[in-house]
Design a protein around this ligand. Structure first.
Ligand code: CTP
Ligand code: MG
Length: 190
């Protein structure tokens, strides 16, 4: 395998994970209003907290699904069979939706854990903050579209895409959050 192939696999990893990356930032933009836990607490601590709202969740999942469908349109003229890794349509639309939904479900699980640990909304939680969405997206994909996930991220040289996403995601996450913080969209730079 030469360098071009490796770079292509790294790029492919990010291309395929874009519907899972976008919902996080989109949730910040759409967020507000009714909290998903409806303000309810468990053992004196909020179930999820005010940082998880219905608007953020639905807006985020929609944004991730939309970007994925746009990606399918971009890929179609070049690769009408495999849609550059998303696989044939209509199954690819399910793939894209699962990635977007999984990423924000991962975010909810992470918020649930943070609240149980006594961390307030926005408090730092290393690993959880950086990996919740990518882990959620990948686990839900493994559950609902396993053949696609294994083909795209596990089988043979495709594991390079997985490693690239796992290594670069925390750096990307930090970068995007610093931008969000400077623009006044996020309260904290993480
Ligand atoms: N957001 C939202 N709904 C979601 C996810 C995020 O409204 N389902 C918005 C909230 O305004 C949130 C912001 O996006 O404050 C940043 O998201 P995130 O960093 O995931 O939440 P935190 O504020 O850090 O809260 P937590 O500690 O619960 O993760
Ligand atoms: Mg946070």
């Amino acid at each position: 395998m030469d360098l071009t192939e490796v770079l292509l696999l790294i790029f492919l990893g990010f291309w395929l994970m874009l519907p899972a990356f976008l919902p996080n930032s989109a949730a910040v933009l759409f967020g507000g209003g009714l909290p998903m836990d409806l303000g309810k607490s468990w053992k004196g601590k909020r179930l999820l907290g005010d940082g998880k709202t219905w608007r953020g969740f639905i807006g985020g999942v929609s944004a991730g699904t939309c970007i994925g469908i746009i990606q399918l349109f971009i890929a179609y003229p070049f690769d009408a069979k495999e849609f550059w890794g998303f696989g044939p349509v209509p199954e690819a639309i399910l793939v894209v939706f699962v990635l977007a939904l999984g990423s924000l479900l991962g975010d909810l699980v992470s918020a649930f854990i943070k609240r149980r640990l006594g961390l307030e909304r926005g408090d730092k939680a290393p690993v959880l903050d950086q990996y919740n969405f990518i882990a959620g997206a990948m686990l839900l994909a493994l559950l609902i579209v396993p053949d696609w996930f294994i083909g795209a991220f596990i089988e043979g040289e495709h594991v390079i895409s997985l490693i690239a996403v796992l290594v670069i995601t925390p750096i990307l996450h930090r970068g995007v959050n610093i931008i969000g913080y400077k623009k006044g969209l996020k309260k904290v730079p993480w």
